[in-house]
Design a protein around this ligand. Structure first.
Ligand SMILES: Cc1cc2nc3c(=O)[nH]c(=O)nc-3n(C[C@H](O)[C@H](O)[C@H](O)COP(=O)(O)OP(=O)(O)OC[C@H]3O[C@@H](n4cnc5c(N)ncnc54)[C@H](O)[C@@H]3O)c2cc1C
Length: 431
């Protein structure tokens, strides 16, 4: 078959290799001047390409539409991905949290392996080429219109063009295709080529696209005292988010204060799980600074520290209990003057300090933007897609794989596994 794949990211490359190996005539269209720009920056340049977990654990880490992934995991699960990459010549390793990386710690090695396999599978790669629209007739897809950027000569002459003007004035060419795979990714990290074109293609084909929002992204907080702690990192704390009495998020880990709010692994997970509710539902959010210590134990600790520091001011007595960056903030959060002498502290003051420690309050106002988001939540509705093949149920020959779909997961290699598995299901089950 004549197959066009739109997007040379993780998912598009995987689909291209597997279909090329089956003997299909495959053309991979990528608007950037090179393949896999986003893949290259994954895992801080180390590419956490999957998570060596069981299928059930994988499904637990998928935040949106996990059940849609059942059949795709049957075609390629995390262990299959590791075995395949090893077979393709990449040495791999598994680290803490079962995160899998190339043994070299270089994402470039994953990318080089995929490029080599694309070549071996005789996939035709068109770089600096954008798909403008997909063409249909009554029986389904029949091709795509592509535009070639006047880039190469300009780049060589040192001319810089902004992304938006890259294809200005480009002439459209028609490419015939019996099957078209849209692997255009989401809309986070625009500089990697994330345009949202895939959502437009889906809408033009009459398919539903769910609302998109940034996920795995820092959270903006209104509290003034957050700015005073900018740069401070806290390990082994709990972040708790509630709606009324219902606990929506309660996990332990690492977070960091910034000039706008909070970030770090714990915060990214929270953004994925409850990000959609911020600004829409009243939420109560707080940090438990000492999750391993009960309120009674904490009270005993205060009593013993205060007994030794009777004549000091409160701020001076707190140094053994909190990291230095938090010491000026804790009395403020507890509503006690930092200059109050320890011997003047009342039981109510101690209770306020305990509350500020076990429930250090945060007021979430919004998520940071797509530019800082690791993934996009929302996308082409999975109700429109056959989970076995990734084909649109209502448009013969039109397929969607990877992040363009309404699928997303936590950090840890799961999002790339979504890209590999959906591509593999599409390639193996395509008819
Ligand atoms: C900073 C960062 C770190 C990350 N780290 C990890 C990690 O360690 N582990 C993990 O599992 N996930 C990670 N992710 C998420 C992961 O990178 C993505 O989920 C994954 O790349 C999605 O793959 P994809 O093929 O669907 O889309 P992409 O990799 O985004 O590829 C889409 C491609 O389509 C091209 N394209 C778009 N529109 C058109 C068009 N009209 N014509 C032609 N080409 C087009 C784009 O230029 C792009 O190259 C990270 C993301 C970011 C931003």
């Amino acid at each position: 078959m004549n197959i066009v794949i739109i997007g040379g990211g993780a998912s598009g490359m995987m689909a291209g290799i597997l279909l090329g190996e089956e003997g299909h005539r495959v053309t991979l269209v990528e608007q950037n001047e090179k393949l896999g720009k986003k893949l290259y920056i994954t895992g801080k340049g180390r590419c956490n390409f999957t998570n060596d977990c069981s299928e059930n654990e994988f499904l637990d880490a998928v935040l949106t539409n996990p059940r849609f992934m059942y059949s795709a995991l049957g075609v390629m699960n995390p262990q299959d991905t590791i075995a395949l990459f090893e077979k393709w010549g990449l040495r791999t390793k598994v680290e803490r949290g079962r995160r899998a990386f190339p043994a070299s710690d270089k994402s470039a090695d994953v990318l080089d392996m995929l490029k080599r396999k694309l070549k071996d599978a005789h996939v035709k790669v068109l770089l600096d080429t954008r798909c403008a629209r997909i063409s249909f007739d009554e029986s389904g897809v029949n091709g795509v219109y592509i535009e070639k950027a006047a880039r190469k000569a300009e780049r060589e002459a040192g001319v810089h063009r902004f992304e938006e003007e890259k294809f200005a004035g480009a002439k459209e060419t028609f490419l015939t295709a019996e099957r078209v795979i849209v692997a255009t990714g989401g809309i986070s990290y625009r500089s990697t080529g994330a345009t949202g074109d895939g959502y437009r293609f889906a809408k033009e084909a009459g398919l539903k696209v769910t609302e998109t929002r940034p996920s795995l992204v820092p959270i903006v907080c209104a509290d003034e005292y957050i700015r005073d702690m900018q740069g401070l990192s806290l390990k082994n704390v709990s972040l708790i988010v509630k709606s009324g009495k219902k606990i929506l998020f309660d996990e332990q880990g690492e977070l960091m204060f910034t000039h706008f709010g909070i970030t770090g692994p714990l915060v990214l997970s929270a953004s994925g799980r409850i990000g959609g509710l911020i600004g829409k539902k009243p939420l109560t959010s707080y940090i438990d600074l000492k999750p391993a210590v009960t309120e009674e134990m904490l009270d005993k600790r205060f009593l013993s520290v205060f007994a030794e520091n009777q004549n000091r001011t409160l701020v001076n007595a707190l140094s053994g209990i909190y990291p230095s960056g938090m010491i000026p903030v804790i009395p403020a959060a507890a509503g006690i003057s930092p200059e109050k002498r320890v011997h003047d502290l009342t039981r109510a003051d101690r209770e306020a300090l305990i509350a500020a420690t076990k429930r250090f309050p945060l007021t979430f106002t919004s998520l940071r933007g797509f530019e800082e988001a690791v993934v996009t939540q929302g996308g082409v509705s999975v109700k429109e897609i056959d989970p076995r093949t990734m084909e649109a149920k209502r448009v013969r020959g039109l397929y969607f794989t990877g992040e363009v779909l309404d699928l997303d997961a936590l950090t840890g290699g799961y999002n790339l596994q979504i890209a590999w598995s959906t591509a593999a299901a599409c390639a193996k089950n395509m008819t």
